[in-house]
Design a protein around this ligand. Structure first.
Ligand code: BG6
Length: 276
């Protein structure tokens, strides 16, 4: 039902095969880079993705941690977790129904150079009819720490023209391309470069693509990023074909901007997402 595999360059990942479900999880970044239901991809993965140590994978669910975005100049964009090697702690199988995976990242001499905290980041993934991820940050330092974070999920779609994102009506968002706060008036259709951080998101979010529907249920998050680079930016991005923007949309359950989290010493914070 599961096995630990590696590419020729030694890049390791866990492969999970259940009755109608399959998934692949890289140990670098605790990164789910494939999740299929009935052989259909739920997550998008770029054909040009590199599976190389210290390079982020383009697609799947990168974990942005302990920073979302690039506001903090002392840190790489989206933090360092996505290019850090996690320890595989345990894999638990539940017959043909689900597989639960535990992965852990702890501070190191390297991490303390860019983020001077003692921490444990525990990632729990349940692969089954739904995909459930939790990331728990424990602050083992003597000082309070601040985190911003996200499940940077790339969803596979038939075409960007066909999709609609529902349940963000009336929400305020920061349009990061214009640096403007706006209010959403209706369900979202994407027809140009879009990079927005919605705030006050409490409900489930629906991604509707013709007859296909994906629902995102988040806990511990009230911000959601909606991102599509569109034509021009896509052609300049690493590990993306110039037309790749038509085939994915990122909906990222986050703790970003005003939804950032302060964690006191010896306390922890958990962000959770279920993709139904
Ligand atoms: C999104 C950001 O979350 O990630 C975008 O809102 C950014 O601004 C995108 O371009 C991709 O980032 P990266 O570092 O994976 O290329």
């Amino acid at each position: 039902m599961y096995s630990l595999k590696s590419f020729e360059n030694g890049f390791e990942y866990l492969e999970i095969n259940l009755k109608n479900i399959s998934a692949k999880i890289a140990l670098q970044g605790a990164h789910i880079f494939e999740y299929k239901r009935n052989k259909e991809d739920v997550l998008w993965l770029s054909e040009l993705s590199d599976f190389e140590l210290l390079k982020p994978i383009r697609g799947g669910i990168p974990l942005c941690w302990p920073r979302f975005g690039n506001q903090d100049k002392s840190m790489p964009q989206h933090g360092f977790a996505r290019v850090s090697l996690f320890e595989l702690i345990e894999v638990r199988e539940r017959e043909q129904e689900s597989v639960k995976v535990f992965l852990k990242l702890q501070d190191s001499t390297q991490s303390r150079k860019i983020w001077d905290y003692k921490f444990e980041l525990l990632v729990e993934i349940i692969v089954g009819e739904t995909l459930h991820i939790k990331m728990k940050t424990s602050n083992n330092s003597l000082q309070e720490c601040l985190i911003t974070q996200a499940f940077h999920s790339y969803f596979c779609i038939s075409d960007i023209k066909n999709i609609c994102i529902e349940n963000l009506q009336n929400k305020f968002y920061l349009d990061t391309l214009r640096d403007e706060i706006c209010q959403e008036s209706s369900a979202i259709h994407i027809s140009c470069e879009t990079d927005r951080v919605y705030q006050g998101v409490e409900k489930e979010i629906y991604l509707i693509d013709g007859v296909r529907e994906v629902c995102l249920k988040s806990k511990g998050s009230s911000s959601l990023v909606v991102w599509n680079p569109w034509r021009e930016k896509c052609s300049k991005m690493s590990a993306m074909h110039k037309d790749a923007y038509k085939k994915f949309v990122c909906l990222e359950s986050a703790n970003a901007f005003e939804d950032c989290k302060f964690i006191r010493p010896q306390e922890s914070y958990t962000l959770e997402l279920e993709i139904v």
